[in-house]
Design a protein around this ligand. Sequence first.
Ligand SMILES: Cc1ncc(COP(=O)(O)O)c(C=O)c1O
Length: 479
Amino acid sequence: MAAPPLMLDAGTRAELWRKLTEAIETYAAKLENSRVTPPLDPAKLRASLARFDFSAPVGAFDAFDFLVEGLWKYQTHTPHPRYYGLFNPAPTTMGIAGDALAAAFNPQLAAWSHSPLAIEIEQHLVRAFGARFGYDPARTDGTFASGGMEANHTAVLTALVQKFPEFSSRGLRALAAQPVLYVSTEAHHSLLKAARLCGLGTDAVHEIPAGGDLRMDAEALASGIARDRAQGFAPFLVVSTAGTTSAGAIDPLPAIAEVAEREELWLHVDAAWGGAAALVPELRPLLEGIERADSITFDAHKWLSVPMGAGVYITRHVDILKTTFSIAQTYMPREAAGLDVIDPYTHSMQWSRRAIGLKVFLSLAVAGWEGYATAIRHMVAMGALLREQLEASGWQVVNKTPLPVCCFVDQRHAEGRSEDYLHKIAMQVVGSGKAWISTTRLAGSMPVLRACITNYRTNADDIAALVGALEEARTALNV
Ligand SMILES: Cc1ncc(COP(=O)(O)O)c(C=O)c1O
């Protein structure tokens, strides 16, 4: 009998899997010899897609080769060791295998009885990560999410529900006062989006100025809360950041926890990137106080280097996810009724959901805590080397952080602090294909170049290549 059209015959499948593993292995082995950045030509790209009008099927290998060649050509290669960007790492080998298994076995993470292993793996990981942050594993709950955005959104929702129980059924209009939350000026913008998605509106996000060290000022937080209460607002949540996106600053968590506890506000720590410091004994003290957080965002697809997307929301309030997300229905599977288990759809934003935890599980099982500590230590060392080499080449590194992200300006050029000049330098580097860096602004006003070590494969030669590409860019702009 012929195979159904959506399932290729055994011979074709065997050849396809061979080509697939070859493509994955070639990408891993040869990527470092390729350009980091693609040509940006939407017209050409769209023209290449025009032949796929889907009126007649194309061959499996034809379509597959098109995609592999296209991905090589049209992608900023975030897994490249000279991608110094936005926490997009090279995926772990075991993470790639885990994601492939998730696609093939396709566990459905809505009801426990459908995917007992995948669901228990995720809960096991949530408790394991919670323990690294100092939570009591017996009093830890959480959920995997698409990424930091969804985890932060979950945090805002759970805090709202905990502080204003009537919000769940009657919405914001049931509240007598406008709820407000606090972030530092350096916090990730996903919090603004989360406020919008929760119906709070972005005006409900009150920014507390970061000090010169780019960390949230706990005293300014306390006086902001007092001022808002006097004006009739209803403060409910403080979000502090452990590893800001631009500069890797870690808010003073104990001082902020102090304020949040005194004011009876939910404390959420966005440790999407920096949270991985908890895996390295000598870096763990940087996160002191995180155990006092009501909830934590931690992204495995950042410093744990698993394929996108793998966020985790962790909380020490074991009932809050159920209170926030549980919806009664009759059509979902009920075989597990009476067992001491959690149906994820009652417990998180998504309903049907991909098994996110498999790639994290395989990566952590095979590397172990020690393997991750070694990888993170290496990246921190590469960050220190980059800082040193930038300073030696006339760039001034302006952020102070133990994490491997450098924000810098040009000391050798009269315009070396101007946004326009720094943007041109970044574009020159990106355009050369030799590395990817970016620009950002610190404290809302100070333009800087930004280079972050996000890849466990980045080595001293790659650092030298970046510093060389920056020198070439400077020369090109100064002639
Ligand atoms: C501190 C921080 N929080 C949240 C996010 C959002 O995470 P994601 O892109 O996974 O949604 C980021 C992204 O870089 C981040 O740096």
